[in-house]
Design a protein around this ligand. Structure first.
Ligand code: HEM
Ligand code: HEM
Length: 290
């Protein structure tokens, strides 16, 4: 998938997610804002209620999306049946289906969370919330374009490549190059699990100001702004990010392992209670359009 096609793919997923949420909110807010006891008298109750034409349909669609999002990613990650496409793109598909699916389920509940199925609902909320955190940790572990984790050797080879690019694509003096390398290397020294985790979070937000100070330093050395912007800053940014990631690599890998302990069990409890919920509704005679 080329860069442009990938951008279009992400834009399409975003447009689908945002527009369906906006459409559901705009069309349904008058019903959802009614007190629960008044809802049966609303003209569109049979449409929006959890067992209604739209409400029930959204429950089914949202659930199918989550099942598809989880199963395809798990199959692709283990290369069972699905062997094509980059893992990274399948993760993006997982995130899309498992974010929009829960939104549909939220509209299915019509914002009332009663009975045992509420446990499934809150487990779903917990999986989505932990997913966002997991996604952040995931991005802190360097991956190749196809989504496989880079080893320490791969990272140091990439770093050398970036240093070479900096050396040959811009006319920096050896002294300036040495200064840049030293400023970037400073970022590396973070030992201990907690300190490197805190450092990664802090540093994520400090990247802009660090680049700015390096840019000011280069300007004072008389390097033209154009060269800095087009040749130096993009490489510096990559080097800074890589340096931060390699400095905290082991901690992030550990954190990601612990993170799976949260994400997975909530997903399991959500699905188990959802299956019971579906069986009960079918036994009570709710068949949607069938
Ligand atoms: C994770 C997925 C799901 C969650 C979290 C969920 C949650 C809920 C909640 C909170 C309610 C409202 C309970 C109340 O009235 O207080 C509800 C009702 C209902 N759900 Fe789901 N649901 C899910 C999936 C499904 C699916 C896949 C179906 C159908 C195949 C379904 C069918 C229904 C029906 C028919 C009702 C109305 C039951 C009634 O009025 O007594 N749900 N659901
Ligand atoms: C109801 C919603 C969700 C469910 C049921 C779900 C379920 C799962 C499961 C079962 C896995 C383990 C896959 C494996 O290791 O084989 C997983 C991995 C993952 N999910 Fe989700 N997820 C949901 C939502 C999200 C969201 C909203 C995000 C991000 C915003 C997210 C991010 C991730 C990440 C980063 C991984 C780890 C990938 C890896 O270790 O390779 N998930 N999810």
């Amino acid at each position: 998938m080329s860069k442009t096609i990938h951008r279009l793919y992400i834009a399409l997923l975003l447009i689908i997610g945002v527009s369906s949420t906006v459409l559901l909110s705009v069309n349904g807010y008058q019903y959802y804002l009614q007190p629960i006891e008044d809802r049966p008298f609303h003209a569109l109750h049979d449409y929006f209620e959890p067992a209604g034409l739209l409400g029930h349909g959204l429950g089914i669609l949202g659930t199918l999306m989550m099942i598809l999002g989880v199963s395809t990613y798990m199959l692709r990650k283990r290369s069972i049946m699905l062997k094509f496409g980059f893992l990274k793109h399948w993760l993006e598909f997982h995130i899309f289906l498992c974010s929009v699916g829960p939104v549909f389920v939220l509209f299915h509940t019509a914002f009332k969370f009663g009975g045992i199925v509420a446990v499934s609902f809150w487990s779903m909320v917990a999986v989505v919330a932990s997913g966002v955190i997991g996604r952040f940790i995931y991005t802190q572990i360097p991956h190749s374009v196809d989504g496989t984790e880079l080893s320490e050797d791969d990272i140091s080879a990439l770093n050398t490549e970036l240093s070479q690019a900096l050396k040959y694509s811009s006319s920096l003096s050896p002294l300036t190059l040495a200064k840049i390398e030293a400023a970037i290397a400073q970022e590396k020294y973070h030992v201990g699990f907690l300190s490197s985790t805190l450092f990664v979070i802090q540093d994520y937000f400090r990247l802009g100001s660090k680049l700015k100070s390096l840019k000011t330093e280069l300007l004072t050395e008389g390097i033209p702004l154009d060269t800095i912007k087009t040749h130096i800053l993009p490489v510096l940014k990559q080097k800074l990010v890589l340096s931060r990631k390699s400095g905290a690599l082991h901690s992030m890998q550990r954190l990601f392992k612990y993170w799976h302990i949260f994400h997975l069990p909530f997903a399991v409890s959500m699905f188990v209670i959802m299956v019971i919920h579906v069986i009960v509704t079918i036994l009570f005679g709710y068949r949607w359009i069938f």
